[in-house]
Design a protein around this ligand. Sequence first.
Ligand SMILES: Nc1ncnc2c1ncn2[C@@H]1O[C@H](COP(=O)(O)OP(=O)(O)OP(=O)(O)O)[C@@H](O)[C@H]1O
Length: 240
Amino acid sequence: MISPVAENINFNVQSGELVALVGTNGVGKSTLLRTLSGIQPKLSGEILLHNTLLSSYKSNQLAKSLSIVLTEGIPTKNLSVLEVIALGRQPYTNWIGSLSSKDIDVVKTILNDTGLNELQDKKCYQLSDGQFQRVMIARALAQDTSLILLDEPTTHLDIYHKAYVLKMLKNIVKTTTRSIVFSTHEIGLALQLCDKIVILQKEKSIFGTPEELIKQEVFSDLFGSDLISFDPQTASFKIN
Ligand SMILES: Nc1ncnc2c1ncn2[C@@H]1O[C@H](COP(=O)(O)OP(=O)(O)OP(=O)(O)O)[C@@H](O)[C@H]1O
């Protein structure tokens, strides 16, 4: 029998919001993102996208409404940056997959917006982790969906590039009507940049704005206080 990794998960995401999904290793963040995207079946409960049950979406309709970037990346890194971003247009192309002038315009705009113009002809295996992460986000943007789900988009990045990617996500939601939900272990950065945070826990998830969550002192016992403690003044964790 399949048993749930986490229960009582309840949150909503509004248009133009950046929402972080945080929680300890193995609590189920990736599982939840896969479930929200429809890749993995839910065990119970309801998932609504634009007030419509996720399960009632046809696959092509879902591909135009929701995009997901998983930590696995892409099967081959032998494609160029331009080719990978163009793959995001797949739900809109005809049956032979040829790009229309609109598709090409969308891809060009995204290359600019994500600072990838100069890298467009490079193969993905020639990129740094940070550059490749940006390409994966750009591909999701090319899919032109109102909701983007990202599994740990800042893993393996240095602090500068973590901040760069998260600020880019913030900028995307603020300048468009999209919403982004991403999983992360960067609670400090999430507290500074996100509109809302979901703290996934085994028994019950907690959901709120960074200010609300700090006020409720939910971070103080998130990891057990024997090793680290949360300082509400600086909104950061310290080693005891
Ligand atoms: N393919 C799988 N088959 C069986 N169990 C799995 C599979 N993938 C994950 N799990 C289990 O499900 C639980 C949740 O894993 P998940 O990867 O969703 O957690 P996570 O919060 O994303 O973890 P992390 O922060 O370490 O990335 C873990 O106990 C994990 O061992």
